[in-house]
Design a protein around this ligand. Sequence first.
Ligand SMILES: [Zn+2]
Length: 216
Amino acid sequence: MAITIGKSSDNDYVVNDLSVSRHHARLVREEGIWYLEDLNSSNGTYINDVQILKKKVAPTDKIRLGATYETDLDSLLKSQNDYSEEFNALKQVYDDYVRAKVKIQSSNQFKTRLFQSLPFALLGVIGMVVGFVGKSSSVWMMFSLLLAVLAPVVGVYLGARQSAKIPQQLQDLTNQFKIDYVCPKCGTFLGDIPWESLRKKKKCPISTCQAKWTNE
Ligand SMILES: [Zn+2]
């Protein structure tokens, strides 16, 4: 984990000061301790007015870059752009989304078919009963005929009603995904880009964001 400091805009902590070099210094954490390291700057890096090359730095230390720019550890740590941990958590968000989407689509397909064929199955059973009960009765014959007409109508209606639920369920899922699958720093929705592809990019696709997703 490192925080780069300097005048160049590609640093984590950008300093606008004439005596600060483009890539002036960096903070590195080694075994839980923060070290300030000078990156061969023109005007030097100082801890409590003593020039250093690499030295352990504490929150109470006064840090100076170049001739006049002063700061401290806490201020520098605020510009930390390492979001590896938060980014790793997004893998679960993406996997859950894909799984839920497939589940909605396949379960609705099954239910739609079920509802469409159910009235026909019911008709078959009733037809058998009619056959036993009232062979000679014209009322039973009419009843059986009516069912034969109604069954497909009811089937088509139930099937259509079920398949109409899909867009709403998918819409709800997508809305939640747009809230959850965002850059942990700038909050920009990361689109339908698979998590593995995002990891290969190693940083947020928004160029001004500078959130980094890998430790190396
Ligand atoms: Zn971002």
